[in-house]
Write a protein that binds this ligand. Structure first.
Ligand SMILES: C[S@@+](CC[C@H](N)C(=O)[O-])C[C@H]1O[C@@H](n2cnc3c(N)ncnc32)[C@H](O)[C@@H]1O
Length: 206
């Protein structure tokens, strides 16, 4: 975990400066997400990065608890929220793997560009299920690299060894969907803009 947070601390400024890779798809994901939110909702976002999504969706919900392991990412996120005058987002430095949250605490949980970076995504998915209220939704967007470009399986671990890349896990979209349904979720919405792009899933706790 320390190695991961060091990596993201080093890359926080650059990450904040880079425009969203596929703005049209991002906007579509936000539009779909908005359809699941309302002003009574308590929301958790993990791996919130520099806070762009939390900031955008905050006016639609009661409160967002946004967590990330990187202090530098959170520094940028806090500055953005402050200058936007948004008062209902709380940023915390924490890993999703060791977050202390009671059962059924959240109406919605978001995790974007993060499930493939986790050591044990199945355990995290089970935790998200536990933290959600019945009927609550888990909204995620994930790079599913299993089955694409086998050369990445060589390049990514080498890059990680030299501290140039984070831990990246390989799995397919079908595997991710199976993990979600095995945990008890029902897939409510699934969208992949194009082959090899991140898979956007809204999974409901039934
Ligand atoms: C690729 S960035 C995604 C940021 C943001 N969600 C987005 O879509 O722009 C991944 C983020 O997850 C954070 N992260 C990595 N492992 C984490 C963990 N176990 N728990 C919480 N955050 C984590 C990193 O610090 C980084 O800010």
């Amino acid at each position: 975990m320390a190695q991961q947070s060091r990596f993201w601390n080093r890359h926080a400024k650059g990450y904040a400066k880079r425009p969203v890779a596929d703005e049209a798809s991002y906007q579509n994901k936000l539009a779909v997400t908005r359809g699941y939110l309302n002003l009574d909702m308590e929301v958790l976002e993990f791996g919130c990065g520099t806070g762009t999504t939390a900031l955008t969706l905050a006016p639609l919900v009661r409160h967002i608890r946004a967590i990330d392991i990187s202090a530098k990412m959170l520094e940028i996120a806090r500055a953005k929220v402050e200058s936007a005058g948004i008062g209902n987002v709380t940023f915390e430095q924490s890993g999703i793997d060791d977050l202390n949250a009671p059962d059924a605490a959240y109406d919605a949980v978001m995790g974007h560009s993060i499930l493939h970076l986790l050591d044990d995504k199945e355990a995290v998915i089970a935790e998200v299920y536990r933290m959600l209220k019945p009927g609550g939704v888990f909204v995620s967007s994930t790079a599913c690299l299993g089955g694409t470009m086998p050369v990445l399986r060589v390049i990514l671990p080498i890059g990680r060894f030299f501290g140039l890349l984070p831990l990246v896990k390989f799995f397919t979209a079908a595997e991710l969907e199976r993990n979600l349904t095995d945990a008890g979720f029902q897939i409510d919405h699934r969208w992949q803009p194009e082959k090899d792009k991140a898979v956007f899933i809204v999974a409901k706790k039934v």
